[in-house]
Design a protein around this ligand. Structure first.
Ligand code: NAD
Ligand code: TYD
Length: 352
């Protein structure tokens, strides 16, 4: 077995689905607290797969995590569980400290205790894979080189600061206790099952619902976009072949200004689902107040993972974004399930 945390969320859910697509893969214990971002509908297709064991619970629950490790004896933990939305971290940072820092600390301690009790072969085989973000490196100017693993940590938001803290804990557990960790720092993901509070799914759904497409500030902030399936393949590669104690930057070499991402989505929708009035979805673009402390540019230099592990993304931005838009058009039932009362409350709070 492997233990996946946060496997009912966007990336964790895609990871579990991709992992179990391979009939030769080991089973997955999926520990998820089912916060607003966790969604069991994402895992519907696994209902009859005995290799998937879902456990509703918190990575911060020492008793539960200890029991799961003892019972299932996983040979690896992949830690996706986190509060992940920068805007929510600005409104309420406490949960980010609790889950991302204290929760990761608890998971590390439970896992270390479990690992200490394994025999030599089990110890040698075990991996703790921590899934993190490029946002820990802070913000780049237009002319700065992309982030490498050697960049210093300069987090600017409560979200990125909490992820940076968790990365430091993971690093220290390797150096101090020899606990076998690998960390991946990935750029912005997009793709199926993405909760529609993040830019790409929000814009697709707002466009289809004749709502404004909110662009923060001047829309010239740059993100480096990676299709979620490529992130999942990179994690599988690093889990299998990554060097202990190392960090690997994962990215798609796809830097785009937010306004260009939104215009691309509009153009694809114009083609796949034209507006009834014949006008372009671009007409719905609205510039709104900027995010406080908004990082200007992220960019990942993914040459280490390419050079050392031979990983490369399969999708370009053009192929990935088209697939993504098509997925949202094809999956109204999943969408109806997430657009709940609490989602509407968030839109009201954030966009008034
Ligand atoms: P998400 O918010 O969609 O999902 C997070 C999942 O974790 C949810 O299912 C939630 O219920 C669960 N969770 C939250 N708190 C928990 C707790 N205390 N115990 C157990 N489960 C808990 O996030 P995501 O976008 O899928 O991101 C997954 C990971 O990847 C995060 O660690 C994030 O920092 C990292 N990451 C995300 C991106 C991105 O673009 N989304 C990019 C790089 C790295
Ligand atoms: P987001 O998807 O929240 O990811 P992150 O903040 O982790 O990069 O946002 C991506 C970019 O899009 C970011 O620069 C903020 C911007 N953005 C908007 O312009 N409007 C929006 O409504 C949202 C949610 C984000």
């Amino acid at each position: 077995m492997i233990l996946v945390t946060g496997g009912a969320g966007f990336i964790g859910g895609n990871f579990v689905l991709d992992w179990l697509k391979n009939p030769a893969s080991e089973g997955v214990i999926n520990l998820d607290k089912l916060t607003y971002a966790g969604n069991l509908a994402t895992l519907d297709s696994l209902k009859d797969d005995p290799r998937h064991i879902f456990v509703h619970g918190d990575i911060g629950d020492k008793e539960l995590v200890t029991r799961l490790l003892k019972e299932h004896q996983p040979r690896a933990i992949v830690n996706f569980a986190a509060e992940s939305h920068v805007d929510r971290s600005i409104h309420g940072p406490a949960e980010f400290v609790t889950t991302n820092i204290v929760g990761t600390f608890n998971l590390l301690e439970c896992a270390r205790e479990y690992w200490n009790g394994l025999d030599a072969a089990g110890k040698e085989r075990f991996r703790f894979h921590h899934v993190s973000t490029d946002e820990v490196y802070g913000s780049l100017s237009l002319t700065d080189p992309a982030f490498t693993e050697k960049n210093s940590y300069e987090p600017n938001s409560p979200y990125s600061a909490s992820k940076a803290a968790s990365d430091h804990l993971v690093r220290a557990w390797f150096h101090t206790y020899g606990f076998p960790v690998v960390t991946t720092n990935c750029s912005n993901n997009y793709g199926p099952y993405h909760f529609p509070e993040k830019l790409i799914p929000l814009v697709i759904l707002n466009a289809l619902n004749s709502k404004p497409l909110p662009i923060y500030g001047d829309g010239q902030q740059i993100r480096d976009w990676l299709y979620v399936g490529d992130h999942c393949s990179a994690i599988r590669e690093v889990l299998a072949k990554g060097k202990l104690g190392e960090t690997y930057n994962i990215g798609g070499w796809n830097e785009k200004a937010n306004i260009d991402v939104v215009k691309t989505i509009c153009r694809i929708l114009d083609e796949l689902k034209p507006r009834a009035d014949g006008k372009s979805y671009v007409e719905q673009i609205t510039f709104v107040k900027d995010r406080p402390g908004h990082d200007r540019r992220y960019a990942i230099d993914a040459s280490k993972v390419e050079r050392e592990l031979g990983w490369r993304p399969a999708e370009t931005f053009d192929t990935g974004i088209r697939k993504t838009v098509q997925w949202y058009l094809d999956n109204p039932v999943w969408i109806d399930g997430v657009v709940s009362g609490s989602y509407r409350d968030w839109l009201q709070k954030q966009y008034n």
